[in-house]
Design a protein around this ligand. Structure first.
Ligand code: SIN
Length: 520
């Protein structure tokens, strides 16, 4: 263990590693990365489609990308944050190319561009067909391994350390089993999302909301957590996480059909609308899945080699089979509230990527804006630290804390710190995690109502009571229950339907609720 770091990054996806690479390039700056698996393991690695960015050439423009993002976000995006996203995105894509990331190009050497739902034009740069996240992660991991001062792999961040109202590091269980404080002048949460609060998800097992839970325990403001994006075209199969059939397939002409073979939805609508239409049709037809028809797609194996390999390993033939699909929890649109620099409400604590609520996604993220958000805001955090910025400004989503487009939720009690006492009962913890995930899928999934949310809360309370021991399984369960509770409180208070939040008992959008619900 070394002395105090200048920057400690928690998490190893695109947001955290982009920040780490940038910070470590400054002479004398001491950067650490702490992550609970190996460095290369993160949700970024699973990202398929690509990065939405306007890289030049009519008829596309950043104004159009901005308009598409705002439309998908259903009235809750912060326009300034989205402007930053679309304008700085292209530069960050070029930074990645300079770092060695190889995106797919045509015969003339130009980026190949795909189209996805909610985008008015093809503007998605991709790698390896739809293995974009893996390529970005490869390039960033290589750079971080050679540049960072300290890398803590297989280390579980337990809690933020606060001294005199400032975050000064993280208390973590390290790979050798000891619990230590890693001190840093600045801590960047870049620990990704919380798809594991649901039983049906595209997220890896590690996506347990650890960063958001730490922020909640430290009293940092969190918002928009009721907006969980369900990806409509996850393969309906017992494998978990659910294999993803990228939105890029629909951009290339794949069709969604019901089990009778009928089309019923415009495949190029934003994800929330497609998922909702699918769930309604599934209920109508008493079935648990729909079908994705990729039989008409030319050169499927060449354009989508990783999906072709996955399908073949599961005995599906995309040339002839209609593929069973159902919505799966995919992305948390909200998280730790930040300003336009990624600063949280707690001095010394920053957040970027899926863990953050920067205001760019609003009530529903536009396809392929997530890798983009990570690289743009990860870089902004480092620039702000370099410029000596202290504390959050009232910009971006942070404005919500002053009642400008936001309202604080009452009745929230801060979760207890994680236990370092005796290990919990492994079987009871695993069962409680399964039960909670299933309850969340049934009661707080694509469609919710007051009764289903209340019933789910009881299951989450039961799981929380069992998460009182030490060890990763118990800590993860405690974190999952903390995020699930925050989601349920916000989903209950949002008595309307908007974006990815659909209430059966409140089907209309309420103009008075065009604001962020903040938990602090
Ligand atoms: C996809 O390829 O459909 C997923 C990419 C994303 O989540 O934006």
């Amino acid at each position: 263990m070394t002395a105090e770091l200048d920057l400690l990054v928690v998490g190893s996806g695109v947001a955290g590693l982009s920040a780490a690479v940038r910070a470590a390039a400054q002479p004398g700056v001491r950067v650490g990365v702490l992550t609970k698996g190996p460095l290369e393991q993160s949700t970024t690695r699973w990202a398929q489609g690509g990065v939405a960015a306007v890289l030049g050439g009519d008829p596309d423009s950043t104004d159009l990308h901005l308009a598409d993002t705002l439309a998908a976000g259903a009235g809750l995006c912060d326009v300034d944050a989205v402007r930053v996203l679309v304008e700085e995105g292209p530069v960050r894509v070029r930074d990645l190319v300079a770092l060695g990331a190889r995106f797919d190009r045509d015969a003339d050497g130009k980026f190949e561009l795909a189209r996805e739902g909610g985008h008015s034009l093809p503007r998605i740069v991709h790698a390896g067909g739809v293995a974009t996240g893996a390529e970005i992660e490869r390039a960033l991991v290589a750079a971080v391994r050679s540049e960072a001062t300290e890398i803590h792999e297989h280390a579980f961040a337990l809690d933020l350390v606060i001294e005199n109202g400032r975050c000064v590091g993280v208390r973590a269980a390290l790979a050798d089993g000891t619990i230590e404080v890693v001190r840093a002048r600045n801590v960047l949460l870049a620990s990704g999302g919380a798809g594991q609060i649901f039983s049906v998800t595209t997220n890896p097992l590690e996506a347990t909301g650890d960063g958001i839970a730490m922020a909640l325990r430290a009293g940092a403001a969190v918002a928009d957590v009721e907006f969980v994006q369900f990806h409509p075209t996850a393969l309906h199969h017992q494998r978990m996480p659910r294999p993803l059939l990228s939105e890029a397939l629909r951009g290339h002409g794949a069709l969604i059909r019901d089990i009778n073979g009928e089309r019923f939805v415009d495949e190029m609508l934003p994800r929330d609308q497609v998922s909702r239409a699918m769930v309604r049709r599934m209920i109508e037809l008493h079935t648990d899945h729909c079908l994705l028809d990729v039989t008409g797609l030319d050169q499927f194996d060449v354009r989508f080699p990783t999906i072709a390999a996955m399908l073949s390993s599961l005995d599906f033939n995309p040339a002839t089979d209609l593929l069973p699909i159902a919505p799966a929890a995919h992305y948390l649109c909200g998280g730790v509230v930040t300003d336009l620099n990624g600063a949280s409400s707690l001095p010394g604590l920053w957040a970027a990527g899926e863990v953050a609520c920067s205001g760019v996604h609003g009530a529903n993220r536009l396809a392929s804006n997530s890798l983009l958000e990570g690289m743009v805001f990860g870089a902004r955090v480092v620039e702000a630290i370099e410029n000596g910025t202290e504390g959050a400004e009232r910009t971006g989503a942070m404005r919500a804390l002053d009642g400008d487009g936001g309202r604080r939720l009452e009745g929230w009690s801060t979760p207890a710190p994680l236990s370092a006492a005796a290990p919990g009962d492994a079987v009871a913890i695993a069962t409680a995690r399964d039960d909670m995930q299933w309850a969340m899928t049934v009661g707080a999934g694509v469609v919710r109502d007051a009764t289903s949310l209340a019933a789910t809360e009881r299951k989450v309370d039961h799981a929380r009571a069992l998460a009182n021991g030490s060890g990763v399984a118990s800590w993860e369960l405690a974190n999952l229950t903390a995020v699930a509770s925050a989601l349920l409180v916000a989903a209950d208070a949002r008595t309307e339907s908007r974006g990815a939040h659909t209430r059966d008992d409140w089907p209309e959008t309420d103009p008075d609720l065009a604001l962020r619900l903040v938990i602090t």
